[in-house]
Unconditional design. Structure first.
Length: 505
């Protein structure tokens, strides 16, 4: 049972008093005719002709003040705030007293009346009737808005703690309009990605979230158990292997936007549950995907922010194509002084890293691919601020990508980077089932049994490939990371409505 504070107990008493007087503090119906923005716009359009605008508004009380026979209040809905004017002459003294004494900041109310403009120029509803829609028992963390002499509203006791804001997103949204704007922009982002791909003849599909075998990425899965089937199942870590099965079935351009789940650490750019966009494009290669990617992200940036130039922290990022292109081998050489092509084994590469950077070395027991990832993260990645494609990856860390003609140890893969972190990943996809099977077996040998980035062999996927898979380019992007960049937020928790958090003690 909840333990109520003194202020909550006062509000609970008001709740009982209202019920005792015959008022329902949680009525079933609301009769709103306008949002605050619609009412203001309609009034401004009719004002010059002297026409009357009647409206019934609804929202949460954000400020209230009594001035004898009249009272003013501000209510807030999803469209913004609007002022209410209540006068004893129309409503009666008892009704205005009821409003002042029994209604609290945070309560949802409905008010009907006529729109007018006050002497200070503020568009206001002259209230002829009102009712309570929902009584607020717990005061909001930002529970006081004060109108200054210049007409601006100053907020006191604003909810600022990142921890509380993430845990109580409902309160965060209620008191911080700028947070609501973040999630409106996020919705615009996802809509723009869909529109772009739909306009380029891609078909949106849905693939299983619960899978009998995880794959398509290097990550540790979440495991659950299906009682009826009597088998363990995995929350998907990627859509890839299912989407590519659809290419076998002559669905040539497919995409999915949905949730992936990876049982890994939490950081400013990682959440165990995240939104991913993946698409697969038959008869295309990674160079074509590269061009489509920069066009798509630039389009999304314009839709969300109004420009391809986006402010992110101290940087102004330019998403207009073409983006910078850097070959991975050359980029690592320039930033770390190590040529990965000269060190064919994990042992040799480790020795080179230790010799060059004795204070920065990876675990000597990991595979060569993990050591290359280490060099990328430590030396090259932080330099990639403007949108950049890093391309041509070692085969060691790309088990699903096609090798470059004449160079079996390098694959046709790129990753898109911005602001020093990875935004997207793409391949010229492997479509040779025999080569793919060998890659799975190599991964099984190179990684230890408890290695969380081990890719399991998926026999059904190999069977699908044996029916024949067209050459294709594949792409994956973390939508949350792009949302971070386009809203100038530097933690993934800021763009997730309900991020993963430790259990509250």
């Amino acid at each position: 049972m909840a333990e109520y504070s003194t202020l909550e107990k006062v509000r609970l008493q008001k709740l009982e008093d209202l019920r005792a007087e015959g008022f329902d503090p949680y009525p079933t119906r609301a009769e709103r005719t306008h949002t605050s923005a619609q009412a203001a716009a309609e009034f401004e359009a009719a004002e010059k002709d002297g026409k009357e605008v009647r409206a019934t508004l609804a929202g949460r009380i954000r400020a209230s003040r009594s001035m004898g026979k009249v009272s003013f209040a501000h209510i807030e809905d999803s469209a913004g705030k609007i002022q209410l004017f209540l006068r004893s002459n129309e409503l009666g003294k008892d009704r205005v007293d009821l409003f002042n004494k029994m209604f609290d900041l945070g309560d949802f109310i409905q008010a009907s009346g006529v729109m007018f403009r006050t002497k200070t120029g503020e568009i206001t509803l002259h209230v002829h009737d009102f009712k309570l829609l929902a009584k607020s028992i717990t005061p909001l963390p930002a529970d006081k808005d004060v109108t200054q002499e210049d007409g601006t509203v100053k907020r006191y006791a604003a909810l600022e703690s990142p921890e509380i804001r993430a845990r109580q997103r409902y309160a965060d949204l209620a008191v911080n309009p700028e947070v609501r704007e973040i999630f409106r922009k996020r919705a615009t982002l996802i809509k723009s990605l869909r529109t772009f791909l739909d306009d380029h003849d891609f078909l949106e599909v849905e693939t299983p979230i619960l899978q009998p075998l995880y794959g398509g990425a290097a990550a540790r899965p979440f495991v659950t158990h299906h009682n009826e089937l009597e088998q363990d199942m995995y929350l998907r870590i990627s859509f890839e292997l299912y989407l590519k099965r659809l290419l076998v079935g002559n669905m040539e351009r497919v995409y999915e936007i949905g949730r992936d789940f990876r049982n890994e650490g939490v950081s400013f750019k990682h959440n165990p549950e995240f939104t991913q966009l993946e698409f697969y494009w038959a008869y295309a290669d990674y160079l074509q995907v590269m061009e489509l990617t920069e066009q798509m992200v630039a389009y999304a940036a314009e839709q969300v922010t109004g420009s391809t130039k986006v402010k992110f922290g101290e940087h102004e990022l330019e998403f207009k194509p073409p983006w910078k292109r850097v070959e991975m081998r050359q980029g690592i050489l320039e930033t770390s002084g190590i040529d990965i092509a000269e060190h064919k084994t994990a042992e040799d590469l480790f020795k080179a890293i230790r010799a060059k950077h004795p204070n920065k070395t990876p675990d000597p027991k990991v595979a060569r691919g993990k050591m290359i990832d280490f060099l990328l993260g430590e030396f090259l990645e932080p330099t990639l601020i403007q949108p950049t494609f890093l391309y041509n990856y070692p085969r060691d860390i790309s088990p699903l990508a096609k090798s470059m003609p004449g160079d079996p140890l390098t694959v046709e893969r790129f990753e898109g980077y911005v602001a020093g972190f990875e935004l997207c990943n793409a391949f010229t996809e492997l479509n040779d089932p025999l080569d793919q099977e060998q890659r799975f077996l190599e991964m099984g040998r190179d990684y230890t049994d408890d290695e969380e980035e081990k890719n399991p062999l998926d026999e059904d996927y190999l069977r699908a490939m044996r029916y024949g898979m067209p050459p294709n380019g594949g792409f994956g992007m973390g939508v949350d990371r792009l949302a971070m960049v386009l809203t100038d937020k530097h933690s993934i928790r800021e763009v997730l409505l309900f991020p993963a958090l430790r259990k509250e003690e």
